[in-house]
Design a protein around this ligand. Sequence first.
Ligand SMILES: [Zn+2]
Length: 255
Amino acid sequence: MKGKEIIIGPSNGYFYFTFSPPVKSWTEQGKLIYLAGGNCLEFALGREQLSVNHERMLALINSPAGSAGFQPRYFSVHLPLYNNCGSSDLIFSSLEKINKFKPIDCVTMHPSLDCPEEFFAAASEKAIPLALENIDKPSGLACSLGYQVEELSELIERFDLGFIFDIQHAYEHDPSMNYARKLFFALQDRIRHYHLSGQNPADCHSLVQKANNREAVLKFIRWAYQQKRAPIILEGTFSDAEELKREISLVKRKL
Ligand SMILES: [Zn+2]
């Protein structure tokens, strides 16, 4: 698609877990994303990494901002599920710390039944750009929250939150993509960014280039993106810089 710049980049969690060898430095991650043709990222935080003393957090907030040659055009922080976060206070203080280093454009979270509504209200009050993501099939069946379109829309509208549209998660519920279209029409004005990955027998968060459902997810992102431009965060498991580069080129070419 011609025109405005495409904002695209990975979740950085893979740099720690599947990248070989792991890349823990924020500056190095930025360089690799830039060289792969990316211009944004999502900072993935697990339960233990939420602590401001964790090495992942320290690497971020102690890195020399501005000297990396990579200034993300869009910066999202993905929180763990609420019951893995410890407390609302811990979330808010960690976000505050990160935000001082790099202003956060979006805070991504899966809704869960144990998340108190006060948390959403407090986030709104603090002007935290919180956005809820639609949930994958196993979690969606265990707890409907984040799956039912009406339920998710109601929660998002009531607390004036954003929406993260995970295309692979929607595919899992309904490969015909009717559910995905319903979700898109209900929440398109609230979409902050897309999550894009695919699936194969070995990986339910595979790179699109390795996915069995690659045609379906690419067709859908193209359709959605033409109506609603938003950053695209690549959530497929990558293990080296070449794979990341190929993924970015593939998706850009198909938009
Ligand atoms: Zn996702």
